[in-house]
Structures are given as C-alpha cells and as structure tokens.
Design a protein around this ligand. Structure first.
Ligand SMILES: *Cc1c(COP(=O)(O)O)cnc(C)c1O
Length: 366
C-alpha cells in the first residue's frame, strides 16, 4: 500500500511505516503484556514533558484530543462555587468556552485577535478584575494559526492567585520543549496523533496528583470522568476503564521509541523549526505573506494569506494534492488564508519539493 500523498496537516499527520506496522497485532486489554505497554507509555509521557512522577501522573483517555480537554474541564472544575477564565485567540480556545457552556460552568472569556498572542499583561488585568476566578484554561500552540502562547508567563500569574491551570498543549507536546516541573501547571492535555507522531485514537492528560485527587465526584460525564479513569489505571496498573484502542496504543509506543531514537524533544523541535523556517521563507519568496508575526510563530503550522483576491484555494489544493501533498484550509475568520503543517514524518527535503510544486503553480497562475 503506497501512501498517495504526504500530509502537511497538524494531526492526523504523516507517520512512519514502522508506526503503521505496529498496528498489525491484536492485543487483549486484560493481558499483562498490554498493561505493561500502557504503564510504560504513562511513564514516558511524564519524561517527555519533564514532569516528575512524584507530583504528576498521566491519564490516558479514549477519543480524540477534544475528549481529553472536555474530560479535564468537566472533572477539574467543581459543580459549584467555581468560575473558569478562558483565554482565547483561536478556534481551540473558543472550543473550551463551548465546553464550559455545555457543562453550565460560569466562565469569563478573554478574547484576543487570532493573530495576537494571549497577552500576560491583559490576563493579569482580567484576573484582577475577576477575583472570583478559580480555574484558568488556554492553548499553548493555537493550531488555528500556528501562534505560540507564552504559557511560561501566564502560569505564574495563576499560581500567585491559587488558580488551577489547564493548558491545552495538544499540538506542541513532543515537538516544542515543555518543562512541566518548571511550569508547575496543574493539567496539560495532548493527544496521540500530534507531535509524538502516533495515529489518532486517544488523548492524554498530565495532571498534578494533588489537584486531581480533589476532583472525585466532580465529573458530569461517566466516560469523561478523568478522576475515575485515573483511579482505574492506578488500582490495576495499565488497565483502562473501558475498551482501549489497542492498535493505536501500540503505534503510540512505537512512536515514543522513535522520538527517543531521534534524540528526544529538542532534536524533533529543531527538525520542525527547520522545516517551518524553510517553508516560511520559501513561501514569502513566492508571494505568500505570513498571518503571524515571526516573533510569535511556532514550528507546528504556518498560516499564509491568499496572494490575491482571484486566488482559488480549491484549485491550488488540488494541484498540490495531485503532486503528492495535502495542505490545510485556513481557520482564521478575518483573513483569507490557508495553512501548511510541518509536523510528522516530514523534513526540509519534503518542504523543498512542495515549494517547487507551488512555484510551478504560481507560474501557471500568475
Ligand atoms: C488538535 C487539537 C485539539 C483536539 O482536536 P481533536 O480534533 O479533538 O483531536 C485541541 N486543541 C488543539 C490546540 C489542537 O491542535
């Protein structure tokens, strides 16, 4: 089976043949071999997030990344006497606000333009204006645009006020160095099919044990009860509460091994950053302007403005797809744009091939 194209999308992304091959065996969820795989993954996730195992635990949860975010919000925030502040500068921040609506959680949304970072100064003011806030959630790498929010400056503002911090690091963990011990956040959420380069099927939450321990009975959803999931995984190490995606788990274990073989998060970050930098300069040379100021741009995904009003994205997309690459439409509501991801089993050689195709397109469609 030959892959018809390379995904330049922010997850699901292009995985290695060996990650895909790891899904060829059927495993029993009760078996000790399988439970050992799960336990090893939980530990390796802590290592890659630089979270010490005395203070933090990893809870794995079936479903896509949003299930992990929803489980965290719905479990961390108590049913009564709690107010969530959500800092929003894109669609994924907006999704957290939507989750809060579903759960009837009182929330204060602090909204920024999609091409602006979540500004610590403004958050500080908002927190001063809202002393009732008990929980805070934001996005690290806002995949809407590819902007990287300054979580290192945000979390201390929360710590100083005793506010529980929830970070959606979905599209950054594994590809951008994060030091959870230093950051001292309470919850950090990510999933299998982003920078660890596994396939879709589960989310994982790095949680501060002392905080998670307070959340018994908070959840309004059985399947998304993070506390209950943690208890089940702890009482019977490696056992998931309900049927787990066994093939996905094996692919993930292989992906973690390959991340270690690459040298860990730092070298992977450098590979992504090199691809992003090549892409960014190459695209600008071809007449595509950036949406995000390079000072705030992350290495995961880059948004480009349409080069003209006549630009036909669907035609552009098809042209590129027929030549072996799939890119992403834009998600910024105010600026006509499209996105190209630089995560997955992709490097500058692939980016150079892509730039050559886009150059051909520009010559045919000046
Ligand atoms: C991918 C992603 C999610 C989760 O999306 P799913 O489609 O549920 O996997 C959440 N937040 C961010 C920032 C993401 O990039």
């Amino acid at each position: 089976m030959k892959q018809p194209y390379l995904l330049l999308t922010p997850g699901p992304l292009s995985t290695t043949p060996t990650v895909k091959a790891a899904m060829q065996i059927d495993y029993c969820t009760w078996d000790s071999d399988y439970r050992q795989v799960t336990e090893t993954i939980r530990q390796q996730i802590l290592d890659l997030a630089q979270a010490n195992a005395d203070d933090y635990t990893t809870v794995l949860l079936q479903g896509s990344g949003s299930y992990g975010v929803e489980a965290t919000i719905g479990t961390a925030v108590p049913r009564k006497n709690a107010v969530l502040m959500v800092a929003i500068n894109g669609a994924y921040g907006q999704r957290i606000s939507e989750i809060a609506d579903y759960y009837d959680i009182p929330h204060v949304d602090v909204v920024f333009a999609e091409d602006e970072i979540v500004d610590p100064e403004r958050i500080n003011e908002a927190l001063n204006a809202h002393p009732e806030v008990t929980h805070f959630a934001t996005i690290h790498s806002e995949t809407t645009t590819g902007i990287l929010n300054p979580i290192e400056q945000l979390v201390p503002l929360l710590k100083a006020r005793g506010i529980v911090s929830i970070i959606d690091a979905m599209s950054s963990l594994g590809g951008v160095p994060i030091n959870v011990d230093q950051l001292d956040c309470d919850y950090l959420v990510s999933s299998a099919n982003k920078c660890v380069q596994g396939v879709p099927g589960f989310a994982f939450i790095i949680a501060k044990k002392s905080e998670l321990a307070k959340t018994a009975g908070n959840a309004r959803s059985l399947s998304l009860d993070l506390y209950a999931q943690w208890q089940a995984m702890t009482k019977q190490p490696g056992k998931w509460r309900f049927t787990s995606p066994t093939h996905v788990v094996h692919a993930f274990a292989q992906a973690l091994n390959e991340l270690a073989l690459e040298g860990g998060v730092e070298p992977r970050y450098r590979r992504y950053a090199a691809s992003q930098s090549r892409l960014s300069s190459g695209m600008q040379a071809l007449g595509f302007d950036l949406v995000i100021d390079p000072a705030y741009q992350g290495p995961i995904i880059t948004s480009f403005k349409y080069p003209s009003e006549q630009f036909d994205f669907d035609d552009f997309y098809q042209f590129i797809k027929e030549r072996g690459f799939v890119i992403y439409p834009g998600k910024v509501s105010t600026i006509p744009s499209f996105r190209i991801g630089t995560i997955g089993d992709v490097d500058t050689t692939d980016i150079n091939r892509l730039l050559a195709i886009i150059s051909d397109y520009r010559q045919l469609n000046p």
